[in-house]
Design a protein around this ligand. Structure first.
Ligand code: TYC
Length: 105
């Protein structure tokens, strides 16, 4: 005689698996160099990243002393656009100012 009793699942599911994962955010990183004037770096940070004078000074000085500083975090598209614009602002003025991006953990 076949066993027709309904059994509970061995291991009930306790977690949910969302179908759409939130995309990773990306950091914009300012790199130090020996040639770009401090005031120019501050102007770019204020103009492109909407920082106040004191925020921009703090980020610029951290990059100057430590070699690099995280400027801000955005969606990948916005981070890449701003990093390119800011690097291009330096290049257009003859400075080797460099902004890069990297995904957050
Ligand atoms: N090190 C540069 C100087 O002494 C200033 C500077 C700071 C340049 C930060 C780039 O990301 C930078 N003129």
């Amino acid at each position: 005689m076949p066993d027709t009793t309904v059994k509970p699942p061995v291991k009930p599911k306790t977690t949910t698996s969302p179908k759409t994962k939130r995309p990773r955010l990306h950091k914009v990183i300012l790199l130090n160099d020996d040639y770009t004037p401090r005031e120019f770096v501050v102007m770019v940070l204020k103009g492109i990243f909407r920082m106040t004078e004191s925020e921009a000074l703090g980020v610029m000085m951290t990059a100057h002393k430590k070699g690099a500083c995280v400027v801000a975090v955005f969606s990948r598209e916005i981070a890449e656009t701003k990093a390119t614009e800011a690097t291009e602002a330096g290049r257009a003025n003859g400075f080797p100012l460099m902004f890069t991006t990297e995904p957050e953990e």
